[in-house]
Design a protein around this ligand. Structure first.
Ligand SMILES: Cc1cc2nc3c(=O)[nH]c(=O)nc-3n(C[C@H](O)[C@H](O)[C@H](O)COP(=O)(O)O)c2cc1C
Length: 302
């Protein structure tokens, strides 16, 4: 590694580098989060946690045909009262842990956020964007009035920063981003609604039929969303969607992202993906003469 400075901060949260573990991949368990944090990630977002324990959908919950990766896991999680110990273990890493939560209305979000704050997370991430669970996620995240209510309600009820994770599956992203603009950062994007049919059985592969597309095939959608929001709003944005290499991370940062999250690439490269991305980011910065992440940020917007 060279002398490049990778440090960045999302509002008051300082990160040693711009890479964060995305919600939903190896982050339901304190030890796996801790392990990923010792292997390069600067922070980790937990699996989205709801009020009650949920089993999620029955298999098949993923349809994979590289680079296509579609999941409909159905928000399985142990429920908010059972995650305190996992967060405690993950916090032993000394790095920021972000508590992701989902609920059906403002009151549920407020209650979940308060419990996350009590568990000692550095920020909460509001999942306003899961594309495949009825009553949660996109159904809420597509309604600007509800989004504003939830974001402002949570903001007014806790002291730690609030990140709002938005969906690309909306007609007007800027309406939703504006509605969420009292949050401390926007996280763009959750998965893109998609489907896969098994042509031999003539049936949808996923038990839920519809799922969320992630991985490299959604990167251009993520870049567009970050670019569109950063062109119109002055709010920190965390980019996520299809990041597999340091060059992918550079693209998001040039579109205006302050930091990035990595999810699906872990399936392909394992935990080592964080070191891989960081090394490639370093090589790019060295060869192109950038000394700091700051120098890359938003240059495509000018
Ligand atoms: C198996 C799986 C489970 C996921 N679970 C969640 C979740 O619980 N909450 C959430 O906000 N996003 C969830 N996501 C979405 C990711 O956090 C991320 O926004 C998306 O996959 C795009 O990034 P990627 O291409 O790096 O995976 C999940 C994604 C996958 C693949």
């Amino acid at each position: 590694m060279s002398n490049s400075d990778y440090s960045t901060s999302v509002g008051s949260i300082n990160l040693s580098n711009p890479l964060i573990l995305a919600s939903g991949i190896l982050d339901e368990n304190g030890y796996t989060m801790k392990r990923i944090l010792t292997e390069g990630a600067a922070a980790a977002v937990t699996k989205s946690i709801g009020t009650d324990e949920r089993n999620g959908y029955k298999p098949p919950i993923v349809a994979v045909d590289d680079p296509i990766f579609i999941n409909a896991v159905g928000l399985p999680n142990p429920g908010i009262n059972n995650v305190g110990e996992e967060i405690k273990i993950a916090r032993e890493s000394g790095k920021p842990i972000i508590g992701s939560i989902f609920g059906k209305d403002e009151n549920e979000f407020i209650n979940l956020a308060g419990k996350m704050e009590d568990y000692g997370v550095s920020a909460v991430e509001l999942n306003l964007s899961c594309p495949h669970v009825k009553g949660f996620g996109s159904e809420i995240g597509g309604d600007p009035i509800l989004v504003k209510k939830i974001v402002n309600g949570v903001k007014g009820s806790i002291k730690i920063p609030v990140w709002a994770k938005l969906s690309p599956n909306v007609t007007n992203l800027l309406d939703i981003a504006n509605a969420a603009s009292d949050s401390d950062a926007l996280v763009l994007i959750n998965t893109v609604r998609g489907m896969k049919i098994d042509i031999y059985s003539g049936k949808p592969v996923l038990s839920n039929r519809v799922g969320g597309l992630s991985g490299s095939s959604i990167k251009p959608v993520g870049i567009r969303c970050v670019y569109e929001v950063k062109s119109n709003l002055d709010i920190p944005v965390i980019g996520v969607g299809g990041i597999e290499s340091g060059l992918d991370a550079v693209e998001y940062i040039m579109a205006g992202a302050t930091a990035v999250q990595i999810g699906t690439a872990i399936w392909k490269y394992g935990r080592a993906v964080f070191t891989k991305v960081l090394t490639e980011l370093n090589d790019f910065m060295d060869s192109e003469g950038y000394g700091k992440i700051e120098e890359l940020r938003g240059i495509a917007l000018k």
